[in-house]
Structures are given as structure tokens and as C-alpha cells.
Design a protein around this ligand. Sequence first.
Ligand SMILES: [Zn+2]
Length: 61
Amino acid sequence: MSEKACSNCHFLTREHTCPKCKSRSLSEDYGGLVVLFDVENSAIAKAMDAKDKGRYVLKVR
Ligand SMILES: [Zn+2]
């Protein structure tokens, strides 16, 4: 099963619901994978409003 991106918080998951925000709005059509390790000091994390480390996508269509 392929991974899907949450259209709400952009978290990448294999679940049917987003483990971060519990949204069921997941899409297989996304672009720009970002892996966040250091959320505290990451400009990308701030821009995306990401609170936890993990894998995110930049765009969900
Ligand atoms: Zn989410």
C-alpha cells in the first residue's frame, strides 16, 4: 500500500486517518517530500507549522 499525504497538515502516512490531526482527508497526489528532524530550528517546519519530526510533503493536490 502506498503512502498518502494528509491534506490538512501534510503529514505522510500509511494509515487511513492522519495520526497527527485525525483528518480522513488523505491524498495520493502530492509533491515535494520533506523529512524534518529538528523541528525547533527548521525554517521549513515553521513555515509548515509542523510540531513533530517526521515526513511531510510540501504540496497536496
Ligand atoms: Zn493531518
